[in-house]
Design a binder for this molecule. Structure first.
Ligand code: NAP
Ligand code: ZN
Length: 352
């Protein structure tokens, strides 16, 4: 075991602050990664403030961060996938049994024994896992992904969660050229979703509550932008969508989007508001509409997504911040005021 500098929160009302956390010594299958950048996902905010208490209560102290890019500094004796010096990414998963049906289907995110990057039982050290707002991390090589060399690192970090969470359902539901796809919410997930859906060739429509994001939505790859609080603008798209991905982090009216689906159209929820959403039966039955959900993606598909982003030169639009600005960043994230993901430059942790 060794000590790593990190930022952690001591309770749901405490700010994140400098601390020291234990990391395990390398096992044969592990790689040690010096963390260069870590994105700030809205899930980090939900978890730090214990907003998901009903589903996954937060254990304090918490070290969030599951959008990690870094450089391999050391590998265990049985490691074949990575070597010191390689650029790698780690997302929301750091372990799974790799033997169950879900793992055999390359869907480790649904493995009953999967371990999340933070706030999940740590079978090596006891307690809970600690995430990427830290100097370094040690993970099984299976959970470290190759980063395409042409991509800008601060913008790659968010792909490890926001990228795969949008790529996976867009692919699963066959979004491609000739399809009309909606993206609800232009935040971290939403803006990456727009770029990916555009790269897949779809006609992309962004729904935003922030009129000030209209120009950006078009620049990011949207063909049309709808301010969702304007019912006339919404009405124009009634019955027309093949697919809509909903990335909204707070309670909102899902029925107004269900009515925009074409026959057999589907809405996938990836946003995870703590409160239940009301669904009217008539929003679904009229057009044989589907309401579904999706969680990140498996390791094989996450690598596929990174390679796809490499080919399309696609990264997140980031505001790079030092770790000392993380609490300010959370305040802005809570107000949907991010262009469009914060990426923490982890070199700033050396100043602590
Ligand atoms: P984010 O950057 O805060 O973006 C969320 C966007 O939703 C905001 O920018 C805003 O877009 C819109 N929004 C916020 N509050 C709203 C409200 N009250 N009504 C309507 N729209 C609202 O968050 P994120 O990091 O993209 O994460 C989004 C959600 O996905 C979070 O709940 C997060 O926990 C969840 N998540 C799920 C998975 C998964 O595997 N399923 C993975 C990662 C994250 P506009 O300003 O454009 O309206
Ligand atoms: Zn996330």
């Amino acid at each position: 075991m060794y000590q790593s500098k990190a930022y952690s929160a001591a309770s749901k009302t405490s700010p994140l602050a400098a601390s020291t956390i234990p990391r395990r010594d390398l096992t044969d299958r592990d790689v040690r990664i010096e963390i260069l950048f870590c994105g700030i996902c809205h899930s980090d905010l939900h978890a730090v403030r214990d907003e998901w208490n009903e589903f996954m209560p937060t254990v304090y102290p918490i070290v969030p961060g599951h959008e990690i890019v870094g450089r391999v500094t050391e590998v265990g004796s049985a490691v074949t996938k990575h070597k010191p010096g390689d650029l790698v990414g780690v997302g929301c998963l750091v372990d799974a049994d790799l033997t169950c049906n879900e793992c055999h289907a390359d869907l480790e995110q649904f493995c009953p024994n999967r371990i999340l990057t933070y706030n999940d039982p740590d079978k090596h050290l006891g307690g809970v896992t600690y995430g990427g707002y830290a100097e370094s991390v040690v993970v099984d090589e299976h959970f470290a992904l190759r980063v395409p060399p042409n991509l800008d690192l601060p913008g790659v970090a968010p792909l490890l969660c926001a990228g795969i969470t949008t790529y996976s359902p867009l692919r699963y539901w066959g979004v491609t050229k000739g399809k009309k796809a909606g993206v609800v919410g232009l935040g971290g997930l939403g803006h990456v979703g727009v770029k990916i859906a555009h790269a897949l060739g779809a006609h992309v429509v962004v729904f935003t509550t922030s009129p000030g994001k209209k120009e950006d939505a078009l620049r990011l790859g949207a063909d049309e932008v709808v301010v969702s609080r304007n019912s006339d603008e919404m009405e124009k798209h009634a019955g027309s969508f093949d697919f809509i991905i909903d990335t909204v982090s707070a309670q909102h009216d899902i029925n107004s989007y269900l009515s925009l689906l074409a026959r057999d159209g589907n809405i996938t929820l990836v946003g995870a508001p703590p409160q239940p959403l009301d669904v009217k039966a008539f929003s679904l039955i009229g057009g044989r509409h589907k309401l579904s959900g999706s969680a990140i993606g498996g390791l094989r598909e996450t690598q596929e997504m990174l390679d796809f982003c490499g080919e399309h030169n696609l990264t997140a639009d980031v505001e790079v911040i030092p770790i000392q600005k993380v609490n300010e960043a959370y305040e802005r994230l809570a107000k949907s005021d991010v262009k469009y993901r914060f990426s923490i430059d982890m070199a700033s942790l050396r100043d602590e």
